[in-house]
Design a binder for this molecule. Structure first.
Ligand SMILES: [Zn+2]
Ligand SMILES: [Zn+2]
Length: 746
């Protein structure tokens, strides 16, 4: 069964130009990065049940291109270099150097054009603290950097190319201008000696051995002998990042240095020389970013990389090259409890070994079964594929095949559909001529077959090229980036870039999957994945359904008729969804909401009370053995929590009261006020977990993580449900207690 027409839910424009296809990436915590030449837009749906309207708002953050152009290892080009040319080879080499921005980055008129983003890629969740993603960005002038979100802004936390530059040119980086001058002096001398030797070319070459050593170490672009293009390339291309991808998260065993296990992942970088580098990125031991491994693939210029994790300690990397080679590289992470993890790269296997000069544009890896994968790679208008089976001690690659697609212009985006389930047989592809194509593979005994289906979309694509495609974590939402296909002078006329979002499946099918996720058929499966960001595309689908006035399935709203005591048996994730729906009804987001809001608000409070109770039990468990280490604020917070459990659920936590030096109250109505109003200093009682009010009606929101009155700025706020939290009180996580979304600083 192939995809039906998919329906448009978002369509807006952003300024800028696309410098390269594959301009879109969707993170596993559901953020979308749109890569334009001078700006990366991070689009973020807060999945808010209180922001009304349709389409749902996508909040926009920007990452601007760095101010300074990157100059890796600028070749010295003397003024009027053509006067030094002695041979045709010299001429060719000089031309190659002059035209190559990597080697000759200094002309200011060109530096500006190359100071633009090439691509960006999201890390797996967990590379940044509290299970968040980092964004790796790469510019056309080879600046590779990592960005992390701090207080609603994306900040550069590491410029990896600057690190590489230091490694490449330790002596040159401190004072280039001085060494230039010295070089010019030496050059003058050299020129004099050269005039003498010019007449006897052979002896000149014989004699230059010493010279060469001295001279070439300083300056590989030695026009007096040869323009040493090869050497310059070898020295520079090795440090010039061209493509990037991320592995998934690995977790290290506890060792003598860290008692807790720590998590890390790798940023894999392909250099212009064909080398690949593995950078270890870890959030759990502070910020650690280090180059762990480097290896020459021998493939030359790599055009695309794709990673597939296959176990807790291994995976494979697929590399596509500009010459058309598709290579498979098994990679293992060797964990030694007392050392840094090591990367072990095994033999590379060329799945497509013909240098047909059809560059590999994109690679997708599908999981067919346990330890069995299929790979699809786009090479211009052709697709190639194969089946990969891993066994204990070997790897079998079979059924390498190819087919021509429905497209004649290059593929600009590719995403695996059903990426959270096994088996996966389908990918969605976008092409430069504006086609959206679903490719389904079937694996026979002897061959791999491709079935292509054009997917109709309700957008006029006549003059549009699709420049990027990405799908949400569960694959229900698909984003496209389009720009106009007509020729235009980009200096004269800036055509805006279009961003469009679609629902990829019939909504009934999505709700079917939601039911399986919330109420698993196999009852021994834990349904307590509390990580709501993995499922936020479900929330957006519910949001769309409610905002357009359509009905949710009965099973999903049945809880509204049930007695709130039945909510106690629900998993955290179910409670989040119930809460989301109730708040959407109460806020007016749902078009067809009941007019009587009172009962909805009572149910909403009942769900929030259960979520809070579960959260409090987590807090109590985590600090029951070290109550004497609590800060005064934390002690106060525990006391409020104990009071509230007693009041709402009639659970007197006697041990806690006595540990905090308080008497256990005798009945819920006689609980003393524990706080005073910041404005009038009268008592504030704990009547409600969301708000506190004094006798003169001054109102404060209550912190969702501590229950304390939130009367201090700045505080954190949940972008989704708008709950607030005091900063630095309980540092368990930065998620909203009520809805599980990441909180942001105000
Ligand atoms: Zn007051
Ligand atoms: Zn929230």
């Amino acid at each position: 069964m192939s995809m039906a027409a998919i329906s448009l839910i978002q369509n807006f424009t952003v300024p800028g130009e696309i410098s390269r296809k594959f301009a879109l990436d969707w993170s596993s915590d559901n953020k979308i990065a749109v890569c334009t030449s001078k700006t990366i837009y991070v689009l973020n749906s807060f999945c808010s049940p209180v922001e009304t309207g349709f389409p749902f708002p996508l909040h926009k953050q920007v990452i601007k291109i760095p101010d300074g152009p990157m100059q890796l290892n600028p070749a010295y080009i003397p003024p009027n270099p053509y006067r030094f040319i002695q041979s045709e080879e010299d001429r060719e080499n000089l031309y190659s150097v002059l035209m190559d921005h990597t080697l000759n980055p200094t002309p200011p008129e060109r530096a500006e054009i190359f100071r633009s983003f090439r691509c960006c890629k999201w890390s797996p969740k967990g590379a940044a603290g509290s299970g968040r993603c980092l964004l790796a960005t790469l510019t056309m002038d080879h600046r590779l950097a990592l960005y992390e979100e701090y207080n609603k802004e994306w900040k550069c936390i590491c410029d990896l190319t600057e690190l590489l530059k230091k490694e490449m040119l330790p002596e040159r980086t401190h004072n280039i201008s001085e060494s230039r001058q010295n070089k010019n002096l030496r050059r003058k001398k050299k020129r004099e000696s050269k005039h003498r030797t010019r007449s006897k070319r052979t002896s000149y070459y014989e004699e230059t051995d010493e010279d060469e050593e001295e001279f070439d170490d300083e300056d590989p672009c030695n026009l007096y002998k040869h323009l040493n293009y090869e050497k310059l390339m070898n020295e520079t291309y090795k440090y010039a990042p061209m493509e990037i991808t991320w592995t998934g998260m690995f977790s290290g065993t506890p060792n003598s240095m860290n008692e807790k296990s720590y998590e890390f992942c790798f940023l894999i970088v392909a250099m212009k020389s064909g080398h690949i580098q593995f950078w270890k990125v870890s959030a759990s031991e502070g910020r650690v970013i280090s180059l762990l491994y480097e290896w020459d693939t021998g493939l030359g210029l790599i055009t695309t990389l794709s990673w597939q994790q296959t176990s807790l300690i291994a995976g494979f990397l697929m590399c596509g090259s500009v010459k058309g080679i598709l290579a498979f590289l098994p990679v293992a992470v060797v964990m030694d409890p007392d050392e840094e993890p090591k990367i072990a790269v095994k033999n590379m296997c060329k799945i497509w070994d013909e240098e047909d000069m059809l560059a590999v544009d994109h690679i997708a890896i599908l999981k067919i079964a346990l330890r069995k994968y299929a790979c699809i790679a786009a090479k211009h208008h052709a697709l190639i594929g194969c089946e990969i089976t891993l066994t204990e001690d070997s790897i079998f690659i079979k059924n390498v095949g190819h087919a021509f697609g429905l497209h004649s212009l290059p593929v600009t985006g590719m995403a695996v559909l059903d990426a959270r389930s096994i088996p996966q047989y389908r990918v969605l592809m976008s092409t430069m001529e504006g086609k959206l194509i679903e490719v389904k593979i079937t694996l026979g005994e002897e061959e791999i077959n491709f079935q292509h289906d054009l997917i109709p979309i309700d957008l006029d694509l006549k003059n549009n090229m699709i420049q990027g495609l990405a799908v949400s974590s569960n694959g229900f939402l698909c984003g496209l980036i389009l720009n106009t296909a007509v020729y235009y002078d980009h200096l004269e006329k800036k055509e805006p870039i279009q961003f469009a979002m679609y629902v990829t499946k019939p909504v009934d099918e999505i709700f079917g999957k939601l039911k399986n996720m919330l109420k698993p058929q196999v009852s021994f499966l834990p349904a307590t994945s509390t990580d709501i960001t993995n499922h936020s595309d479900y929330l957006d689908i519910i949001r769309i359904t409610l905002a357009t006035g359509a009905a949710l399935p009965d099973w999903l709203t049945a809880f509204m008729d049930n007695d709130p005591t039945t909510y106690e048996n629900c998993s955290t994730i179910e409670l989040y969804f119930m809460r989301f729906i109730l708040q959407a009804y109460a806020s007016g987001l749902a078009v067809a909401a009941p007019t009587l809001k009172g009962p909805l608000e009572l149910k909403l409070y009942a769900v929030e009370a259960i979520i809070m109770r579960n959260y409090i039990s987590k807090i109590f468990r985590s600090c029951q053995d070290n109550l004497d280490l609590l800060s005064p604020g934390q002690g106060q917070s525990l006391l409020l929590m104990a009071d509230w459990l007693f009041k709402e659920f009639h659970m007197p936590v006697e041990s806690l009261y006595s540990a905090l030096g308080c008497e256990t109250p005798s009945d819920p109505e006689s609980l003393p006020a524990r706080e005073t109003c910041d404005i009038c200093k009268t008592d504030v009682k704990l009547d409600n977990i969301k708000v506190g009010q004094c006798s003169k009606n001054h109102q404060f929101a209550r912190c969702c993580q501590s229950l304390l009155l939130c009367d201090i700025v700045p505080y954190n706020q949940c972008p989704s449900c708008k709950s607030v939290a005091l900063k630095n009180l309980w540092n368990f996580d930065s998620c909203c207690t009520y809805c599980g979304m990441m909180m942001l600083s105000t």
